[in-house]
Ligand binder design. Structure first.
Ligand code: 3PG
Length: 395
């Protein structure tokens, strides 16, 4: 289990008038070309504001999307300048040049007109993902201090995550520290048998390891979303025309055999057919042309009971097709159980993938003790192993 050796506050005394290269995650969720969620930006803003208050100059670096090491205009960070500027209440200069060609002078000059610079999408450069030392060295030459405020990319062995720390004094950001300390509580909870994990979303294949980990550890694992279809179909229950993963049926079946008392699966579901007719079905009654898009009322009540009574909760992913009404009702219902949980010392964490969007949709963000900004990094970290980006801060 990782323990960060350095603290954000350690840089406090010598950050004044220094240049800080701040790795953040501006990979904000978008829909049809429009950014739809600014949570990650909102959560890093206090760190930027704090550094500005301490008279530091800041060079923001981030990736956006997976441009395949090409310069794709649609993934340029330029579009984010005005939004970041509004969040941090400070002017920003965007330098769109090829990072390898930027001279330190250019950075110095830009800082005559502002205190924050944003560089172009790091993943436009192949050197970022190949963790090229020259690239890390170049980035570090712009600054005096490196701060990693990007927990959500700490599972990537990229230059901006594990490379720069070889060349500069390096520190965790405030948000990164919070992520580590809260997610550690999940792994070290004292009451395993009364702890519950909720896993939703579409793919068992991307979450199988973490599901297994919590099946071993926690008292109950609730499965929802299209993932549940894979488990149900592995028991030869017909899921009609629903999405499921054939290749994961065998694994799902072996987990069901081994952990039959721990896994909770839908007992009734809401389906839609080709003519868009919505039906409530018991799980043994789903018709060939129907798709399961939500959990039914019996299942909602059952899941609500587990969540409202547990001592520690991990929630990852939606229980139905929450983006489209009325298929958000199952998720919205069960999530209310988090608010209703009256256990003394109840601790709840949500994170990974679509979880933040789902919580915003359900207006349930306030219900949880902590919400992680991590996707893949969150799922890896909560399995108890370290992350390369965190290890490199300790080296
Ligand atoms: C995320 O959205 O989880 C992070 O930005 C990491 O993105 P990646 O999976 O493309 O590395």
């Amino acid at each position: 289990m990782i323990t960060l050796k350095k603290r954000f506050e350690d840089l406090d005394s010598f950050v004044i008038n220094k240049k800080v290269i701040l790795r953040v995650d501006l990979n904000l969720p978008s829909f049809e070309g429009e950014i739809v969620d600014f949570t990650r930006l909102e959560k890093i803003s206090p760190t930027i504001k704090y550094l500005l208050k301490r008279k530091a100059k800041i060079i923001l670096i981030s990736h956006m999307g997976r441009p395949n090491q090409e310069n794709k205009e649609s993934l340029s960070l330029k579009v984010l300048c005005s939004k970041i500027s509004a969040y941090i209440n400070s002017e920003i200069v965007f330098i769109e040049d090829n990072i390898m060609n930027i001279k330190r002078d250019k950075i110095e000059k830009a800082f005559n007109n502002c205190n924050v610079i944003l560089l172009e999408n790091l993943r436009f450069f192949k050197e970022e993902e190949s963790n090229d030392d020259g690239f890390s060295k170049k980035l570090s030459s712009f600054a005096d201090i490196y701060v990693n405020e990007s927990f959500s990319t700490c599972h990537r062995k990229h230059a901006s995550i594990i490379g720069i720390s070889k060349f500069l004094p390096s520190f965790p950001g405030m948000l990164l520290e919070k992520e580590v300390s809260n997610l550690k509580k999940l792994i070290t909870t004292a009451n395993y048998s009364t702890s519950v994990a909720v896993f939703g979303g579409s793919k068992v294949s991307t979450k199988i390891k973490v599901i297994e980990y919590y099946l071993k550890k926690f008292g109950k694992v609730i499965i929802g979303g299209a993932m549940a279809n894979t488990f149900l179909s592995s028991k030869k229950i017909s899921v009609g025309a629903s999405v499921y993963e054939k290749s994961m049926q065998k694994v799902a079946k072996s987990l069901l055999d081994y952990y039959s008392n721990k896994i909770a699966l839908p007992e009734d579901v809401v389906t839609i057919d080709k003519s868009k007719k919505i039906q409530l079905r018991t799980i043994s009654d789903v018709q060939k042309d129907e798709k399961i898009l939500d959990i039914g009322p019996q299942t909602r009540m059952k899941y609500f009971g587990f969540v409202s009574e547990c001592s520690c909760l991990l929630w990852n992913g939606p229980l139905g097709f929450y983006e489209q009404k009325p298929f958000d009702e199952g998720t919205n219902y069960v999530i209310k159980a988090v608010k209703n949980n009256n256990n003394k010392n109840f601790f709840s964490v949500a994170g990974g993938g679509d979880t933040i969007s789902m919580l915003n949709h359900a207006k349930a963000s306030d219900y949880f003790s902590f919400i992680s900004t991590g996707g893949g990094a969150f799922l890896e970290f909560i399995q108890g192993s370290g992350l390369p980006g965190l290890d490199s801060l300790n080296d």
